[in-house]
Design a binder for this molecule. Structure first.
Ligand code: ADP
Ligand code: MG
Ligand code: ZN
Length: 642
């Protein structure tokens, strides 16, 4: 007995419902009340009522079975005389067992001016009843309850807003104290598992961050000498180069808590929210020192205050708060503020001055060696076959960022699974390079044979011009399989190494190669197609750069005519010259393009037999790799020699 009692108690005691749970229940119950009331009311009305036809009602009256009639605005309730049920059942053609129950009937109201005379004649008691008291409750129910619900929803809405604003909402009165915790827009990672090992390449960036790590390990060492560490460092670079990754790795290396948040999360519609979040963040973090605060995409708050047309009070307040917090904290306690951006040029100068984000770490797109080591890092997480050459992939991905490379490895792994293999082979990797560069193969887009011929000649035109020029570039692959990103085919060049310096001749031969596709169309078919739009766009922009950015034209010489505004994004340019000069630039661009196109046409015209031979092969096979291409090209020498 003694032992059983506690047992019983245990069984009965259920976990107490959470406060939110009970509130939700309450809301549901409140919402159900009007429904319950109306169903109850109609149910009681319909208790043992049966609807009959108006004609049946008239027959009942006619046969003098009806004792009394009550007409309401919507229906006529009919009471039968006692003892006539059986007879009435015949008219109503219902079975007797049902009819024997004391039933009242009702029917709808029909415009029938003769009814009252008729009823009077048959001696039926009748009256028209006015709805009143019963509906008082309905009125209350149907008006007050929706308002009540609306109020409750509003109440929770404002409350959660207050919470997100970091305000204390316990003073809100009824149902107060749901949660007094302040909203956090930042994430804290106490043990970051990522270290510098996970960030491949980027050696220069790492080097300049080593000191920060050492400082976080041992702030006293610096304080003793009187050396001040920078309070903040700004990671700058194009998207996907590993800025976020690098910041996390610093925390991992230093083994300190990592406070991570995104600039845009600070700024909301409500003025003052961002500022209070900044204050909150620095307060919490300073209790946790040494630690790292990382503000990702800081340009969302750090935009220069005076260069925007629409002033944004909220952003300015947030920025001001951030500036004053950065001045306020004591760096010897070991707090380092990191931030990342890909638009450093828009940042407010006040953020960049000494004592704030004065250290700038540039995170560039990886070079050949960097790409290979990034590929290695990501390949180590995937099962690879024996034929893998990451070097080859690195060569083929000039200009790719770390994120692109991670994506390529993942796409390759997905392809391997799709094809039922348990490891990744080189072909998967090459295919996924193409997927990332040009989109997926589009199997359902079938070119007709004329189109296929045009595309094949176009692509072989590019390839021939590319290989046969003075500054030739080897061909990696030619394909005429359409891809999802709009290309009907393409030619892949692979440089043997990364190039950092280009001569004027290099650039011109690139333009010539871009126009090689169109040149082939002109020479072979004496026509031009829409397939060159992308070639033309790229060729034009390169020709323009030759003149305006690189200062390589005879006409203008070393005069800077355009400047880039978003160096790390799409690199939009603004013209820095008069309108007259602008139209002269257009003329010069046109000259370059014309002469390059002529050069391409000359090369193609001199190599028609190679063009035909390779295009024929390509139409048949749809893909040609670099070796096959060179073999086909060299066949010519044999045939012409023979
Ligand atoms: P960013 O913040 O510069 O836009 P991220 O740090 O978010 O770029 O990088 C995106 C992803 O790309 C990372 O999660 C990682 O998988 C991969 N990545 C980028 N750079 C590198 C690198 N240097 N080494 C390894 N992986 C990288
Ligand atoms: Mg990022
Ligand atoms: Zn083309």
């Amino acid at each position: 007995m003694n032992q059983k009692k506690p047992d019983n108690q245990n069984n009965n005691s259920q976990p107490p419902p959470t406060r939110w749970g009970s509130l939700v229940q309450m809301l549901i119950i409140l919402a159900l009340i009007p429904y319950v009331i109306t169903t109850m009311m109609t149910a009681s009305m319909k208790a043992d009522n049966r609807e009959i036809m108006y004609s049946q009602f008239l027959s009942l009256v006619d046969k003098e079975y009806v004792a009394s009639v009550e007409v309401t605005s919507s229906q006529i309730n009919i009471k039968l005389k006692p003892g006539v049920e059986e007879a009435a059942a015949e008219i109503l053609n219902s079975d007797i067992s049902q009819a024997q129950k004391p039933v009242t009937y009702y029917t709808g109201v029909i415009f029938d001016p003769g009814l009252s005379a008729n009823l009077y004649e048959k001696g039926v008691d009748y009256k028209h009843s006015i709805p009143q008291t019963a509906s008082m409750f309905t009125v209350i129910a149907s008006w007050v309850i929706p308002f009540g619900i609306a109020y409750i929803i509003y109440f929770f809405f404002t409350r959660s807003m207050m919470k997100r604003m970091g305000g204390d909402s316990s003073s809100m009165g009824f149902m107060g104290g749901v949660s007094k915790s302040k909203a956090k827009v930042y994430n804290v990672e106490k043990n970051v598992a990522i270290t510098f090992k996970d960030v491949a390449g980027q050696d220069e960036a790492k080097e300049s961050l080593v000191e920060i790590i050492d400082f976080l390990h041992n702030p006293e060492k610096y304080v003793k000498v009187g050396a001040k560490q920078p309070k903040g460092a700004l990671l700058v670079g194009p998207p996907g180069t590993g800025k976020t990754l690098l910041a996390r790795a610093i925390a991992g290396e230093a083994k300190v808590p990592f406070y991570h948040l995104t600039g845009s999360e600070f700024v909301e519609l409500y003025v003052g929210v961002g500022a209070s979040r900044v204050r909150d963040l620095f307060q919490t973090a300073s209790k946790d020192a040494p630690c790292i605060i990382f503000i990702d995409e800081i340009d969302a708050i750090g935009k220069s205050r005076d260069n925007s047309l629409s002033s944004n009070d909220e952003r300015e307040q947030t920025l001001n708060q951030l500036l004053s917090e950065m001045d306020g904290f004591d760096p010897s306690r070991g707090i380092v503020v990191l931030a990342s951006t890909n638009r450093p040029e828009v940042l407010d100068k006040a953020l960049l001055r000494a004592g704030r984000f004065d250290r700038r770490v540039v995170v560039e797109k990886p070079d050949l060696i960097g790409r290979e080591s990034i590929l290695k890092v990501h390949a180590s997480k995937v099962i690879m076959g024996d034929d893998i050459s990451l070097h080859e992939i690195a060569l083929a991905t000039s200009g790719a960022t770390g994120a692109d490379l991670a994506n390529i490895i993942n796409e390759a792994a997905l392809r391997a699974v799709r094809l039922g293999r348990e490891f990744v082979i080189q072909e998967d990797l090459m295919e996924s390079v193409e997927v990332v560069v040009a989109g997926k193969e589009k199997k359902d887009r079938i070119l007709n044979s004329k189109e296929k011929e045009l595309v094949a000649y176009h692509e072989v035109g590019h390839a021939l011009v590319s290989v046969l020029q003075k500054n030739s570039q080897p061909i990696q692959k030619i394909t005429i399989v359409p891809r999802t990103m709009g290309s009907l085919g393409y030619t892949m060049n692979v440089p043997e190494e990364d190039r950092y310096l280009m001569t004027r001749e290099d650039l011109l031969s690139q333009i010539t190669m871009m126009l090689g596709g169109r040149a082939a169309e002109i020479v072979k078919f004496d026509t031009i197609t829409t397939g060159s739009s992308n070639d033309i766009e790229r060729a034009t922009s390169l020709a323009r750069n030759i003149i305006t950015i690189y200062g390589m034209s005879d006409r203008f010489g070393p005069m800077g005519l355009e400047s880039t505004t978003q160096q790390y994004l799409d690199g939009r340019k603004v013209l820095n010259c008069s309108d007259d000069t602008g139209s002269e630039i257009d003329e010069e661009v046109r000259k370059i393009l014309d002469s390059c196109q002529q050069a391409a046409i000359d090369i193609i015209a001199a190599n028609m037999d190679s063009l035909d031979r390779i295009a024929k092969f390509l139409i048949e096979k749809e893909n040609i790799n670099g070796e096959e291409f060179m073999k086909l090209l060299n066949d010519k020498d044999k045939t012409s020699a023979a």
